[in-house]
Write a protein that binds this ligand. Sequence first.
Ligand SMILES: [Zn+2]
Length: 312
Amino acid sequence: MKALAVDIGGTHANCGLVEDRNILACECIDVASATNIRAVLSRVAEVFQKLVRSQSLSLGNFQGIAVGFPGLVDSRIGRVVSTNKKYDDAPGVDFCAWGLQALGLPLRIENDARMALLGESYAGAARGFGDVVMMTLGTGIGGVAMIEGRLLRGKHAQAGCLGGHIPVLFNGRPCTCGGIGCAEAEASGWSLPGIVKDFPGSSESSLSKYSLVGFKQLFLEAAHGDKTALAIRDRCLNVWAADAVALVHAYDPEVIVIGGGVMESANIIIPYIESHVHKYAWTPWGKVRVRSAELANNAALVGAVPLLSEKF
Ligand SMILES: [Zn+2]
C-alpha cells in the first residue's frame, strides 16, 4: 500500500510518501510560527503534490492520507477532540472532507504519539509485540499504549495517550494540562528551564552559563561532573522511571519503547529506567523489556499504513 503521511508537530510538519514500511520521499515544513491548522494543511497539500511529482507518481497511486496530530484525536470519527495552545482551530476542521477536496483521497487522523507507536510496532523496536507502551521524552512526554495488538483509545479517545500527565508528585509543579506534579511538569523540555531555575545551587552551577537549559546541556554538564546538573539529571531519570512503572501497572506491556530527542543519551536513560522498572514494577510473570525507539522522527510516518489498514 502507498500512502501520503504527515506528522504535524509544534515546530515542524514532516510530510512523506510511504509504501508499506518504507518512506519513498519526505519533506519537513517549518510550522513554528503557525497557529492555525487550516493554513498548515494547505501547505501540506502543496508539498504532497510536489513529492508525488518528484517520484513520477500520481495521487491515484495512493490509497489514502494519514495525519498525526499533537492533541487528543478521535480517529473513529476523524476529529480533533482537544488541543493544548497550538492549532486551537483544529476541533472545528473536517479533516476527511479536506482530504477529499484537496487531494481526492480518504483520510485518517490520529494522535501523533499513537501513530508513532503504530510505526514502531510495524517496523521498529516493538515489532512482534502486541502489548506495548511507548514513552516519548521531548518538549512534552508522550505515553501511549497498545493492548493485544490494538491501540488503546477508550470512550472519549483519550485512553492510554496521557502517559505524560500521570502525576508523580501530588504536591509538585503545575502542569499545562491543569494538573499538578504530572511527569511532564516534573521532567520535560518545556518544564526543565523552570526546574533548573528553582533548583538549589543552580546559580553557582555550570548550567547558569546557558540562557535556556535543554536536556542536551543538562546531560552534557552532568557528564562533566557538575553536581547540580547531576542532581537534576538524576531527578529527571527518577521521574521518567516512576512514570514507566505507572504505565506498566496501568497497561501490562511486554515492552516499553522510549523515544524522543533526549534519547541521544539512551546509554544512560535505558539502563536506568530498565533497572528501576525491574526493581519496582509488580510483574510476577517476568521482566518488562525496555528498548530505544528505532525509527526516530519517521515513526509516525511509518505508522501510516497500519493506521489506514486498521479495521474498527
Ligand atoms: Zn499534566
